[in-house]
Design a protein around this ligand. Structure first.
Ligand code: KIV
Length: 298
């Protein structure tokens, strides 16, 4: 077993300090101010104050800790793990049993961020009851704080049942990757006449009880109108800059992925080059005998 020191997740006592007050939120004379956990209602309060928030995907302990420390309010354990972690070509093949351990890794590692478990394709569309039972597994086994599902008007019964049963729901409308084949491929939704459909979907999920809605690949003016009309926060991905929050897949945002990126992605780092250089240097030193050196030897 390695004796390299491990960084441990925050203890439950550190994690549960309520946002904005409560017994554990009172700073002691010695310790630092406690971490205030982000709850669903805080995103709505941020919208009311005109403050924006950020969301990233995360599928593991270490990125969850880093993004949490960076101040990202919401971490999504997306079904995009399918094509960013598990080696699949799309998000369709990933299963509930594959996503729950990743959700557990993220929820156990954050102190502040709201953790969203993403319901995978086929795990909620059949009926509200199927959806509720799947969502409950994400909460109980994955430790998710809420769940996300794709769909608008047609998903209202699922959202209603989950919300009534104590599960906060984030909806996802516009381009919904799980329906890629039904939608005829990756394409912007809500152009021209179909803008009305986006508005109908947005209002339907809000009325059903969703606490927030992701809009993917929707024209900026349509997303701005939805954001202005809804009381719940909107989160854009390819939906312009008038949404209340933004979300990106982290491997896209920080340059771990190679190849062509969607137009809506901005790359904030080039991790692929950093890792490639590091791996090449390691390989060269192993082969030359330069590593391990004296200082790495017992
Ligand atoms: O799974 C995912 O990464 C998502 C985002 C694109 C919002 O659903």
């Amino acid at each position: 077993m390695s004796d390299f020191p491990r960084t441990t997740p925050a203890s439950p006592a550190e994690e549960t300090a309520p946002y904005g007050g409560g017994p554990t939120a009172t700073p002691t004379s010695a310790g630092p101010a406690p971490i205030k956990r982000i709850r669903t209602q805080h995103l709505r309060e941020m919208k009311q104050r005109g403050e924006r928030f950020s969301m990233l995907t995360s599928y593991d302990q270490l990125t969850a800790q880093i993004f949490d420390e960076a101040g990202i309010e919401v971490l999504l354990v997306g079904d995009s793990a399918s094509n960013n972690v598990l080696g699949n070509a799309t998000s369709l093949p990933i299963t509930v049993d594959e996503l729950i351990p990743l959700t557990r890794a993220v929820s156990s590692s954050v102190r502040r961020a709201l953790v969203v478990g993403d319901l995978p394709f086929g795990s909620y569309q059949a009926s509200p009851e199927q959806g509720y039972l799947t969502a409950a597994r994400f909460m109980k086994e994955g430790g998710a704080h809420c769940v996300k599902l794709e769909g608008g008007v047609e998903m209202a019964p699922q959202i209603e049942l989950m919300t009534r049963g104590g599960i906060p729901v984030m909806a996802h409308i516009g381009f919904t990757p799980q329906s890629e084949h039904a939608l005829g491929g990756y394409r912007v939704q809500g152009r021209g006449d179909t803008a009305e459909r986006i508005l109908r979907d947005a209002h339907a999920v809000q009325e059903a009880g969703a606490f927030a809605v992701v809009m993917e690949m929707v024209p900026g003016d349509v997303a701005a109108k939805v954001t202005a009309e809804l009381d719940i926060p909107t989160i854009g991905i390819g939906a312009g800059n008038q949404c209340d929050g933004q979300v990106l897949v982290w491997q896209d945002a920080f340059g771990l992925r190679s190849g062509r990126l969607p137009r809506f992605v901005k790359q904030y780092a080039d991790l692929r080059s950093v890792l490639l250089d590091g791996a090449r240097a390691y390989d060269a030193e192993v082969k030359s005998g330069a590593f391990p050196a004296e200082e790495h030897t017992f």
